[in-house]
Design a protein around this ligand. Structure first.
Ligand SMILES: Nc1ncnc2c1ncn2[C@@H]1O[C@H](COP(=O)(O)OP(=O)(O)OP(=O)(O)O)[C@@H](O)[C@H]1O
Ligand SMILES: [Mg+2]
Length: 328
């Protein structure tokens, strides 16, 4: 029996990865998790749990969550990625799920690029449409605050489409063709905080960038950090048309957007967890046990984003070019 703690926070990533690993190290037919203590699980925890339960299913096992408090159960049951704990497992199109309107939480599993597009659209739209009910001023049309709430849609679409594209393109090389991605996003009214996590079970940064000329050492920490440098890509100049070429800008732009929105990004792969990669605040932390694939966690302040934020960042790297096709 695996016990889930009271709170499952992104800042305790090694502990969360430890729980996911313990689940996968269990070869019983039914893997039981005791959730009596659980009060809250942040997006990355939901993704890691969902990813490990998915892998159990693929091995022909089953997960059983016991003792969930009714209010926590009510929230989690509605999430597509977690619904499988309670209902019979079956493959289906991603269905964005909802909890109460006070703190939007969305989560789902994504297997294909067309699903990724669908999810990026729906998720960014739903979060942008949410205006806290007690923000009466913002609810009055024409109020600039409302515009400020909605400005998050385009950048959020970019970030989600980009990170899912990475997981389902780069993550699938070297025998990882079955790689999938799990995404969860939550808006916390207190602090105006938007938190997004994407977890995949693909090849990881090191495998993807192993033959890159700028990889300083063949280590997970070097690979995670390198991936966030502008114009670094394992697929650069491969496409025939301009918009099919990876420019090596996606992660750089996601990082810059977080910084601009007074937020924070971190990424983990293998045995390395790098916070604020390639910024003066970069810190490398060991991740034991490691994670097969990539984990990206982002925090940003929603109202710090304007409709110009993304274009402003893209202009830093491509001053003379049109915005990439991925933009809505
Ligand atoms: N989920 C992932 N799994 C494995 N490798 C990844 C993943 N995400 C990124 N990478 C590696 O990091 C590199 C940089 O990613 P980034 O998103 O910045 O650029 P890109 O995807 O190559 O190009 P662009 O985003 O401009 O289309 C990728 O080329 C790939 O080698
Ligand atoms: Mg990319």
């Amino acid at each position: 029996m695996i016990s889930l703690p009271q709170v499952m926070l992104g800042e305790d990533l090694p502990a969360l990865v430890g729980i996911a690993t313990a689940i996968l190290d269990d070869y019983e037919c039914t893997v039981e998790c005791n959730a009596e203590q659980l009060i809250t699980a942040e997006p990355v925890a939901l993704c890691l749990l969902a990813a490990s339960f998915w892998q159990l299913e693929r091995r022909g096992q089953h997960a059983l969550i016991q003792g969930l408090r009714p209010e926590v159960r009510q929230n989690l049951e509605q999430l597509d990625v977690l619904a499988d704990w309670f209902r019979e497992q079956r493959e289906r199109a991603p269905d964005l799920s909802r909890d109460d309107s006070h703190s939007p939480l969305r989560a789902c599993r994504v297997a294909t690029l067309s699903q990724a597009e669908q999810v990026a659209n729906a998720l960014s739209h739903e979060i942008a449409a949410f205006v806290p009910g007690d923000d009466f001023h913002a609810l009055i049309q024409e109020d600039p605050t409302l515009v400020r709430y909605r400005a998050v849609e385009q950048p959020l679409y970019y970030v989600i489409a980009e990170l899912l594209d990475n997981a389902l393109n780069h993550g699938k090389v070297g025998g990882f063709i079955h790689a999938r991605a799990w995404i969860a996003a939550q808006y916390y009214r207190r602090g105006d905080l938007l938190r997004v996590a994407i977890v995949d079970d693909g090849c990881g940064f090191l495998r993807s960038l192993a033959s890159h000329s700028k990889l300083a050492t063949r280590s997970h920490e070097s690979a995670v950090s390198l991936a966030f440098r502008p114009f670094v890509s394992s697929h650069k100049d491969v496409g025939v048309f301009d918009d099919s070429v990876h420019q090596g800008l996606g992660l750089t732009v996601c990082r810059d957007l977080c910084l601009l929105a007074e937020g924070h990004i971190s990424a983990a792969s293998g045995t390395a967890w790098v916070t604020s990669p390639t910024t003066p605040l970069e810190a490398v932390k060991p991740l034991t046990p490691g994670h097969q694939g990539v984990i990206v966690m982002m925090d940003l302040h929603r109202r710090a984003i304007t409709s110009e934020s993304l274009a402003e960042i893209l202009r830093r790297y491509r001053p003379d070019e049109n915005l990439p096709a991925r933009l809505i």
